[in-house]
Ligand binder design. Structure first.
Ligand code: DGJ
Length: 738
């Protein structure tokens, strides 16, 4: 056994260069790696035992020489005494750390320990920042980990991911494969998490982290973020607040099972370990295969969560989201209005209504496909049979595209191509393409099964759903891509005895399809949807221009939901539709709430009064005119619905010439004392004209500030009286620099 190990180690050393035990520069100083942005530094250091430690993560250090001063959290002796164990950057099973590791491997000889030693690193300029790649390897087993970081200078965002590979003779088993680890040493830590459910997404709650582990994870496979979302905030020293304090905002890019572990150790240090959830996924890694972890994206703000969110919004638009800097289409959707019940004529009339409303597009939802026995007339049948339903739409999609052209709007279409109903031709022909247990009774979620995307043939099929529509109808302008079921009956007929690969290979299969779609249709906008907001991560958003945060379009609930998602996502990516949910609220309130995101409508316009229609037309025109602030500007969350009975946010264009303030009264108390809303992000030395917009026809603004001009300084220090004691009242204010 010993012989085998040293032979393998020797081969590995030859391949990856001589093993470095303790890395020192020519001057004898230890190797220090700075991963820095404008305001943040993450500093890593190779200790005299040759391993890599986090020596600092915090505010940017002014003096280069200071980055070499750290020693207390870098293991300084090689005996590994528990009192001095250090903050190893990619801690592995079996070392002197004794707390949760990032990586856990079973080697070919059954040994479960891995020690990673620094080999080399390089730093290169990439779009928006500097990429650092650090190679680590074991000295007893031919296993190598490369840590990748991109530090985005302007946005103060760091994105990282890791690659694991080996050259043992047979596959090794990976039991844990986190993206990275971050350490903190503060008096107290407060976690804000975002739990969720259908129609109840992005619920924020906060708790203090004490000794031990808090784990946030998901085991749903697909629709994986249904019960909790892949992002979190940690308040250092004090609970997260919007405008003050040190806050870590972190999010993992993985459209499957993810896991965050927050562990406070015996010394009161916190480690944060983000990554793919290894639940039921003991992964067999073949020799020379590269295991790429999920991306982890984080920012450290010393001015509260709101500032951290703006960092992420800028970064997402510039570097991550599909067409992040491009325009977005306002739309009229038919799901809430018709459900499955429509025909060509009804849809054609909606297209005219869309045009009349002033939106850019009509979006056809679920129910347009399947025929005969498998017609999609409810959610029991049809998924998998992507042939147009001839009873509802005898002239097919081409006639819809023509009708949209004739009406003067674009046409978009809904699909859910990763799923199959057992009542479908697809399931009859390819029962082995679905994830299904061969030896147990099946259980269903929304009467459907998840297709086995670990199977390349299934990937081809799913891709062909988009391709066939586009080949026949090159003018289709938009896709809404839904995913309503978690993985049920967890067994892949394709993977057979390798079921430990299922959750991961399934997600990789989904990405293969997304990649092909993006490669072949780079300019096609796409909405990511998953029974509401069950998919909301930055890996999927590389392939999607926007996402659907929730089926809950009750504007009161939407205030909380949009406040929650805005912590991580720019308004440009968040779709919000005006619907008939909570008809007790006015159409104005519903529209004003939707207008703070990417605006759409999904409502029977015939039920609206003439005044309501003209109000909506005006609101669409205002929103379209103010997109440069709402979609591409900076967002400031001013008044929290979690802390008050109101909500307010304002957006400012990058050149600070325009701003929009949205103020909502949700459920104020009788005779409640009202506060002025102080705006943020304006130029203190410029003067802004205040104008209330989105007024019902004939209504006059009752705000005393309406039509007046104030300095940015006044607006930010004194503010505007825009909150009221009325239930579900809203005000939208346009501010124009003079
Ligand atoms: C769930 C989505 O969230 C809804 O918007 C709608 O598209 C339905 N699926 C259709 O089945």
């Amino acid at each position: 056994m010993t012989k085998t190990i040293s032979f393998q180690a020797c081969c590995f050393a030859m391949l990856f260069g001589a093993m470095t035990m303790g890395s020192v520069s020519a001057q004898g100083a230890p190797t220090v790696i700075r991963i820095g942005t404008q305001n943040t530094d993450l500093i890593l250091q190779v200790a005299d035992n040759g391993r890599l430690y986090q020596s600092y993560f915090g505010e940017h250090l002014l003096h280069d020489a200071d980055i070499n001063q750290f020693s207390w959290n870098v293991l300084s002796s090689s005996d590994g005494s528990m009192s001095d164990r250090g903050w190893e950057v990619y801690s592995c099973n079996g070392n002197e750390d004794y707390f949760e590791p990032a990586l856990s491997v079973i080697h070919n000889d059954g040994n479960r320990t891995t020690y990673l030693y620094y080999q080399n690193h390089k730093q290169t300029k990439v779009a928006g920042g500097v990429q650092t790649d650090i190679v680590l390897s074991d000295n007893q087993y031919p296993i190598e980990v490369t840590l990748h970081y991109i530090a985005y200078e302007q946005e103060d965002v760091i994105k990282c991911w890791s690659e694991i590979r080996h050259q043992e003779k047979k596959p090794v088993t990976l039991l844990a494969y986190a993206t990275t680890m971050l350490y903190f040493n503060n008096p107290a830590y407060y976690l804000t998490e975002f739990s969720s459910d259908w129609a109840n997404e992005a619920k924020m709650s906060s708790q203090r982290l004490q000794f031990g582990k808090k784990v946030i994870d998901t085991k749903l496979g697909s629709r994986a973020a249904m019960f909790t979302h892949p992002f979190f905030e940690v308040g250092l020293d004090r609970p997260v607040s919007e405008k003050e304090g040190n806050v870590l905002l972190g999010t993992v890019g993985w459209t499957g099972n993810f896991r965050f572990t927050f562990e406070v150790d015996n010394a009161g240090n916190l480690r944060v370990i983000p990554g793919i959830n290894p639940y039921a996924s003991d992964y067999k890694l073949q020799p020379n295969e590269v295991f790429e972890t999920a991306e982890f994206i984080f920012t450290l703000s010393n001015q509260g969560a709101s500032h951290g969110s703006r960092n992420l919004h800028d970064w997402a638009r510039r570097y991550q989201v599909k067409d992040g800097m491009g325009d977005r289409l306002s739309l009229l959707n038919n799901w809430e209005n018709t459900g499955f019940d429509f025909d060509q004529q009804i849809l054609a009339s909606f297209m005219h209504e869309a045009k009349n409303l002033g939106v850019d597009m009509f979006l056809l939802d679920d129910g347009w496909f399947g025929n005969g026995e498998t017609a999609r007339n409810d959610d029991h049948a049809g998924l998998g049979d992507w042939e147009v339903n001839r009873a509802k739409l005898p002239q097919g999609i081409p006639a819809l595209v023509d009708a949209a052209k004739e009406a003067g709007v674009k046409f978009g279409i809904w699909i859910e191509p990763e799923m199959v109903n057992p009542r479908s031709e697809l399931f009859k022909t390819h029962p082995d393409w679905a994830i299904t247990l061969p030896n147990r009774e099946h259980y269903y979620y929304r009467n459907q099964l998840v297709l086995d995307l670990s199977n390349p043939k299934v990937q081809d099929y799913v891709y062909s759903v988009v391709e066939n529509i586009m080949k026949e109808n090159p003018d289709v302008a938009f896709f809404k891509w839904d995913c309503n079921s978690p993985i049920t009956n967890i067994y892949s007929p394709y993977l057979k005895s390798e079921q430990g690969q299922l959750y991961i290979n399934h997600v990789r299969g989904v990405y293969n399809v997304f990649k092909r779609v993006k490669q072949n249709y780079p300019n096609l906008p796409m909405m990511l949807c998953s029974g509401g907001g069950g998919r909301c991560d930055y890996e999927a958003l590389k392939y999607f221009t926007e996402f659907w945060p929730s089926d809950d379009t009750n504007p009161v609930e939407r205030c909380y939901i949009q406040w929650g998602f805005s912590q991580f996502f720019p308004a440009k990516t968040m779709c919000a539709h005006v619907t008939s949910w909570n008809k007790q609220t006015s159409v104005k309130f519903r529209t004003d709430v939707a207008s703070m995101c990417k605006l759409g409508f999904d409502i029977g316009l015939k039920e609206l009064s003439k005044d309501e229609i003209s109000y909506c037309q005006q609101a669409v025109a205002n929103w379209t005119r103010l997109k440069s602030a709402i979609l591409d500007g900076d967002q400031y969350r001013l008044v929290s619905p979690y802390e008050t009975n109101h909500m307010a946010v304002n957006y400012v264009t990058k050149d600070k010439s325009k701003a929009v303030l949205f103020a909502y009264d949700i459920h104020p108390r009788f005779n409640e004392k009202l506060q002025a809303v102080r705006l943020e992000g304006l130029d203190p030395n410029r003067y802004y004209r205040v104008e209330e917009i989105n007024l019902m026809p004939g209504a006059k603004s009752r705000l005393s500030s309406n039509g007046k001009v104030y300095s940015g300084d006044y607006l930010m220090k004194v503010g505007l009286n825009v909150l009221t004691q009325g239930q579900t009242i809203s005000h939208v204010i346009e501010l124009s620099a003079q």
